[in-house]
Design a protein. Structure first.
Length: 106
């Protein structure tokens, strides 16, 4: 069984037991998250078609456990204007959560 969830403007296809990375929230390791914006649920084994929401499925949710809080690799942002002597270099590290998908209901 799989589900397609929406989180922070991104769509993620998840199955039970998957480990995925999502945007940071104020949760500690071991906490439980519930994703209620489920776009579709399907079963890859049976011939039944996937249930698709308009835009979300009513009563469907995906629960996940927070495995780790981490930062991504550093990304460099460079601003430059030629012949003006203008140069700026900025580094950025995005905070993320690594979660393990639990139950898919709905």
């Amino acid at each position: 069984m799989y589900a397609i969830i929406e989180d922070s403007g991104t769509q993620i296809k998840v199955s039970q037991g998957d480990v995925v990375e999502v945007d940071h929230r104020e949760h500690s390791e071991g906490a439980t998250l519930v994703f209620d914006r489920v776009l579709a649920i399907g079963d890859g084994e049976s011939s039944d078609p996937a249930r698709i929401g308009r835009p979300y499925l009513e009563g469907a949710s995906v629960s996940a456990e927070v495995v780790e809080c981490f930062k991504t690799d550093k990304m460099h942002v460079i601003k430059f204007k030629r012949r003006k002597g203008y140069r700026r270099k900025i580094g950025h590290r995005q905070r993320m959560l690594r979660v393990r998908i639990g139950d898919i209901t709905g």
